[in-house]
Design a protein around this ligand. Structure first.
Ligand code: SF4
Length: 263
């Protein structure tokens, strides 16, 4: 993995993402190397090579994070704040230490490394911490999320955060027919999260390589994604199921309609 260190001009970026006003990315690039990573478009603007082979470290991020920000801030959109590199760099930790504790902040990660920073997280007055949980079977996770912790560890992290009194959410993503075990996620996270976000796979952002992986390794799922009617039915059933499960769902995200695969 190539590590590029640079100084950034600012760290809070205005966004049009629904429900948030700013994103904060102290890293660009991610060592979790998820096959479907939506942030791969960043490679177009960064001349460092293929997505998943480099990480940009914004060395002055802790200093820049001191700026007071009004509005909802999301950490992070083009990296995971608790990716493996964070263990040694402690950049996210230093950013959090310097941030105004009144910031309306939501943190999303796939790693239980977030537990290391509970002492700082508890100082924030308007914070929610989310873990992505999809309960992919192990052989699937090894292909789609090769360097991210297993779902079990993510669930344990949610449990601990909840026990510590931190507002938690579970991001069920990406929902892929025949691969994502939504029922299992709900069963295992019952009572330990404050709300859920559910997101059906965005095939366009997943990219061409991911399409090939699905086609070759998970043809049953691929069949769904290239058949609009099948996908419509799948999403309809999923929504029905979530409704009957009576869980607090803050958002159901799905751009699959425009982006289903065409051959
Ligand atoms: S954890 Fe998130 S940012 Fe990192 S590779 Fe996976 S999808 Fe991309």
């Amino acid at each position: 993995m190539k590590i590029i260190e640079r100084e950034a001009k600012s760290i809070y970026t205005r966004t049009k993402l629904p429900g948030i006003e700013y994103t904060i990315n102290q890293y660009v690039g991610c060592g979790h190397r998820c096959a479907y990573c939506y942030a791969r478009y960043m490679s177009r603007w960064k001349d460092y090579g293929q997505w998943g082979t480099w990480i940009e470290v914004k060395t002055n991020a802790p200093e820049l994070a001191k700026e007071k920000i009004g509005g909802e801030v999301s950490m992070s959109s083009v990296s995971d704040p608790y990716q493996p590199l964070e263990k040694e760099r402690k950049l996210t930790r230093r950013v959090l230490e310097n941030m105004d504790k009144n910031t309306n902040l939501s943190i999303l990660t796939k790693s239980d490394l977030v537990l290391r920073d509970i002492d700082i997280l508890k100082k924030f007055k308007n914070l929610s911490v989310g873990l992505t949980v999809n309960c992919f079977p192990e052989k699937v996770r090894k292909i789609l999320e090769p360097h991210a912790p297993k779902s079990e560890r993510r669930i344990k992290a949610l449990k601990k955060l909840n026990k510590e009194g931190i507002n938690t959410f579970c991001f069920i993503s990406p929902v892929i027919p025949k691969l994502t075990e939504v029922r299992k996620v709900l069963k295992k996270t019952k009572g330990i999260v404050d709300y859920y976000l559910v997101e059906v796979l965005n095939t366009r952002l997943g990219g061409e390589n991911f399409r090939e992986i699905l086609k070759n390794k998970f043809p049953e799922s691929y069949e769904y994604l290239k058949d609009r009617k099948k996908m419509e039915k799948f999403v309809e059933l999923l929504k029905d199921y979530l409704e009957t499960a009576k869980i607090p769902i803050a958002a159901f995200v799905g751009h699959w309609r425009e982006n289903y695969y065409k051959e």
